[in-house]
Design a binder for this molecule. Structure first.
Ligand SMILES: Nc1ncnc2c1ncn2[C@@H]1O[C@H](COP(=O)(O)OP(=O)(O)OP(=O)(O)O)[C@@H](O)[C@H]1O
Ligand SMILES: [Mg+2]
Length: 326
């Protein structure tokens, strides 16, 4: 029977595993409870840690209601799986492989890190780590190069999350002799056996991911959780900007706030809009203009001057120049 926290170790000799081995769940699972025993799901120490991660996720990330709900569901399912294991109720190891689909800058990479923390807190992963790769890291150019590359990536991710960004590039139907298929097959073997104790997350933009899974039914059926990251609304983008400013000790003047609302209207209508990433980039450029403005002016600057982003700093963007219209 599979028990969380008792996977066969597939660790590298250099990796510290002390915390993993001392994990209470591993100890708990080793001793099967009496059939009439009671466990308090709320009092589980791992539950407390998972709650902290879930609360941080709620506090840090604006919007993403659907994603947050799915993560809570997955966490609840795993907490119950742990309790069942303590009673010796047999079950197959729950599949931890997932797909994260969404437009650029919708928080996929950020959420993957949180997911690793949750799975680690519940002892389904040995390390709360994400190893992010793309096609280049998995697929070789020549015959015989792909297997070692993919296996190396799996070894680096072992016990944590292997995050495959733009996963659809692995599959090139136009080229029969493409080595991507070989990488997919090795990934499939690992996903099926779960030997490395690794969770694989396939990430990418929605339309292409759909085609990718449709052409690889073997993969799709081994991915237990499909999370969809929606584009942010203008209100959410505004809240994301506020959050980013506050965490870096900056603030908008009233004029800047108004100008940024206009900025978003214009930027949303332009090509290659990348949601929260575009907001972050816009704020970084506003900071550059603020610095230039402060250095150009005469006299002294105070704390508030150093914190304030003004209308000028926002309107300096080329999004406001006439030739920038879509
Ligand atoms: N809901 C959110 N609230 C606050 N900040 C966010 C949110 N979503 C994303 N961000 C921030 O936006 C930036 C981009 O997010 P992230 O890299 O996770 O997106 P992504 O979906 O992985 O993008 P890509 O598909 O382009 O790789 C990060 O700096 C992240 O902190
Ligand atoms: Mg990303």
């Amino acid at each position: 029977m599979y028990r969380p926290g008792t996977d066969p170790p597939a660790r590298s000799p250099t990796e510290s595993t002390a915390a993993w081995e001392q994990d209470s769940a591993a100890g708990q699972a080793a001793q099967v409870l009496e059939p009439d025993a009671r466990v308090d799901l709320q009092a589980d120490e791992a539950t407390t840690r998972v709650r902290a991660v879930l609360d941080a996720l709620d506090a840090e990330l604006i919007g993403l209601a659907g994603v947050k709900l799915r993560i809570r569901e997955i966490a609840a399912m795993l907490m119950v799986d742990r309790a069942r294991a303590r009673f010796g109720l047999s079950a197959s190891r729950p599949s931890l492989h997932m797909s994260f689909t969404g437009s650029p800058g919708t928080g996929k990479t950020t959420v993957a890190l949180r997911m690793a923390e949750i799975l680690h807190a519940l002892s389904y992963l040995r390390v709360p780590k994400v190893h992010a790769v793309t096609r280049e890291d998995l697929v070789g150019q020549f015959i015989g190069h792909t297997a070692p590359k993919t296996k190396e990536a799996l070894a680096k991710a072992a016990g944590g999350v292997l995050f495959i960004d733009e996963a659809y590039y692995l599959y090139r139907p136009d080229n029969e002799r493409d080595y991507g298929q070989e990488a997919i097959e090795i990934l499939l073997q690992e996903m099926e056996s779960g030997r490395g104790g690794t969770a694989v997350i396939f990430a990418g933009y929605p339309d292409r991911m759909e085609t990718f899974f449709a052409s690889n039914p073997g993969l799709s059926s081994r991915v237990a959780h499909h999370l969809q990251f929606e584009d942010y609304t203008k209100e959410e983008l505004t809240a994301i900007a506020e959050k980013m400013l506050t965490s870096d000790s900056y603030r908008f003047s009233a004029g800047a706030e108004q100008a940024f609302a206009e900025y978003l209207d214009r930027r949303l209508a332009m090509p290659r809009f990348a949601n929260a990433r575009s907001v972050r980039n816009a704020l970084e450029r506003a900071r550059l203009r603020q610095a230039g403005r402060l250095l150009a002016q005469q006299g002294t600057v105070g704390r508030d001057d150093l914190m304030l982003i003004t209308e000028y700093d926002i309107r300096g963007s080329r999004v406001f120049s006439d030739d920038a219209s879509p």
